[in-house]
Write a protein that binds this ligand. Structure first.
Ligand code: FAD
Ligand code: DLZ
Ligand code: SF4
Length: 519
């Protein structure tokens, strides 16, 4: 009797824990394309193509390495459409003595797997996902010892733990943990933005793209010009290319936005990282090595490593600490439906139109587009956080609930009441104007405060602060903004609020069925 090893679509790593310490002749590996996973939210076409292509390549590589692999394709007539259904069928075929699986990334799937031992009458060994730097229990122990979660302190622990950018005597490289003061410059004219490495689809990817066109035509997003890495070897080339061409300027222009420039100096590595084609440690190590070799400045290497072993690990720990309640959190009582333009991109607000275009074309938008444009607008407008979260889960090639939900509910919508971040990431038009070239080309005037031609972010920002004064008025980090608000003449404040009301009344709610629904 053999061991059954199901490998989920975001567990595509050759050194996955479930493959360790097992004789190849004693195991059957199961990979499953299932309808439930493609439609529990109606993922972007590009995301489905990416996951299926990477799964198929990974299965081929495992076979070539001598493993016995069963691959259930989506269009297999016997496909039951769910993980549990496919595991049940594999048990019928192989009569295994046990199931061995790495803990899944999502709460929903974990609950499903928790039921397998009883359902199938077999031992189920669930292994820790050791591709992360910080284990789930380790994060819980760290969090329990604190009254407040602060990412910066967690990040320092991760630096100590990994030794990345640490001196021999245990001090942070360069004498500081954080070089943010050197980062976040506005974009300058005349900068050259490096193109990320593009990977032309091979026959496997083309077959998957044809399947996606046939089965998921009604899903959001463009599939044309698919260029993402779908194997570990391609992902490593993409990493090396990023380190050589974009990382040196990553820190400085981390928060910049430029019309028509979809990646700037960002890595575009999150899809490969979240599938398991790269590990966070190898990605962070590559940046540290480039710093040690003198090809990348410290502010860039540190800024990048902080995202990977700081933020990425922190949000994952937060997810498992706060689930399931955080999924329905709505601390700011936001009730507005998601505006239609999040799907159509049809808005005269150029910053938003650009972010939606990038999202539709590439299943990508960089962090500041997600946080300070798309997320910020939804929070200021009072959109129901669960609709915002569904949108973010659908549209990005890197979106899995463990990483998407904390970023949406916690970081961008402040719907968790400040558990993840002590202050809401709210900003008016001036912030977007400083960090981008959008406003100069926009139909709205960023300098105007109220009225039909004024940048809507301006009135929405003050209206948001006014609506939530009871909650944020005593927040020390927001004291300056409330002091400014309270210094304004009552008629000025009224004009802001009326302008916000008039703008909000023009928002068209999204049609049902884009994020969830049949097919
Ligand atoms: P880079 O800017 O090159 O950063 C390097 C790496 O750092 C990323 O690849 C990513 O792995 C990691 N990273 C950076 N910031 C974060 C963060 N806040 N949380 C987790 N990892 C981070 N990231 C996802 O991977 N999946 C998501 O579904 C997702 N949803 C988001 C939703 C919102 C509202 C916001 C504000 C952020 C979200 N992020 C998400 C985080 C971040 O925006 C993306 O990781 C990043 O834009 C991916 O592009 P990149 O690889 O070019 O990143
Ligand atoms: C996102 C996704 C999609 C679209 N399809 C599949 C699939 O058919 N088979 C699979 O194994 N995984 C898929 N995934 C990723 C899973 O949703 C992910 O592995 C779980 O949510 C656990 O994080
Ligand atoms: Fe966005 Fe306002 Fe600037 Fe237009 S003026 S691009 S809406 S911030």
């Amino acid at each position: 009797m053999t061991i059954l090893i199901p490998i989920l679509g975001d567990q595509l790593s050759h050194d996955l824990a479930s493959l360790q310490g097992v004789a190849k002749g004693d195991a059957v590996i199961l990979l499953m394309e299932v309808a439930d996973e493609t439609t529990y939210v109606r993922h972007h076409k590009r995301k489905i193509a990416l996951i299926f292509s990477a799964m198929r390549h990974f299965a081929d590589e495992l076979c070539a390495a001598g493993w016995s692999v069963e691959y259930v394709a989506l269009d297999d007539p016997a496909n039951t459409g769910s993980f549990s259904g496919e595991v049940a069928r594999a048990i019928e075929r192989h009569r295994p003595r046990a199931i061995r699986i790495v803990e899944p990334g999502e709460w929903r799937v974990r609950r499903m797997i928790d039921g397998w031992a009883e359902r199938f009458g077999l031992p189920v060994e669930m292994l820790i996902d050791d591709r992360f730097v910080c284990g789930i229990l380790e994060f819980q122990t760290w969090a329990q010892a604190r009254s407040e979660l602060v990412m910066e302190y967690f990040y320092r622990e991760m630096r100590r733990k990994t030794g990345l950018l640490m001196t021999a005597d245990g001090k942070p490289e360069g004498g500081q943990w954080n070089f943010d003061k050197d980062n976040r410059a506005p974009p300058k004219r005349g900068l050259n933005y490096p193109e990320p490495l593009h990977f032309a689809p091979d026959a496997t990817t083309e077959a998957v793209m044809a399947l996606v066109v046939e089965r998921f035509a009604g899903h959001f997003g463009r599939l044309e010009k698919f260029a993402l890495p779908v194997t570990a070897a391609q992902a490593r080339s993409a990493l090396a290319h990023f380190v050589a061409t974009a990382l040196p300027d990553f820190g400085t222009y981390q928060d910049a936005m430029v019309t028509g420039q979809d990646w700037l100096y960002h890595s575009w590595l999150s899809p490969a990282l979240n599938l398991g084609l790269l590990t966070p440690l190898e990605v962070a190590q590559a940046a540290a090595d480039a710093y040690a070799a003198g090809t990348v400045p410290l502010n860039a290497a540190e800024g990048f490593i902080r995202q990977v072993i700081g933020w990425r690990e922190y949000v994952r720990g937060y997810y498992w600490l706060e689930m399931p309640d955080v999924a329905s959190a709505n601390a700011l009582d936001a009730t507005r439906p998601l505006p239609e333009f999040y799907w159509s991109g049809d808005t005269p607000m150029l910053c938003l139109a650009e972010a939606v275009r990038n999202t539709r074309d590439n299943a990508y938008a960089h962090h500041i587009q997600r946080l300070m444009v798309l997320g910020n607008f939804a929070m200021l407008a009072g959109v129901r956080p669960q609709e915002v979260a569904d949108w973010f889960l659908v549209v990005y090639a890197d979106a899995y609930e463990w990483v998407e939900l904390p970023n949406v509910i916690g970081m961008s919508q402040h719907a968790d009441g400040g558990r993840l971040a002590t202050k809401p990431y709210a900003g008016g038009g001036a912030y977007i104007d400083r960090m981008s070239d959008h406003c100069a080309k926009c139909r709205y005037d960023v300098k105007k405060k109220v009225g039909p031609d004024a940048c809507p972010f301006n009135a929405l920002y003050w209206d948001f602060l006014a609506r939530h004064e009871a909650r944020f008025g005593r927040n020390r980090r927001m004291a300056n903004m409330y002091a400014t608000w309270n210094r304004m003449q009552p008629e000025v404040r009224d004009a802001y609020r009326a302008s916000a009301r008039m703008f909000l009344a023009t928002l068209e709610p999204a049609a049902d069925g884009w994020a969830r629904g049949a097919g």
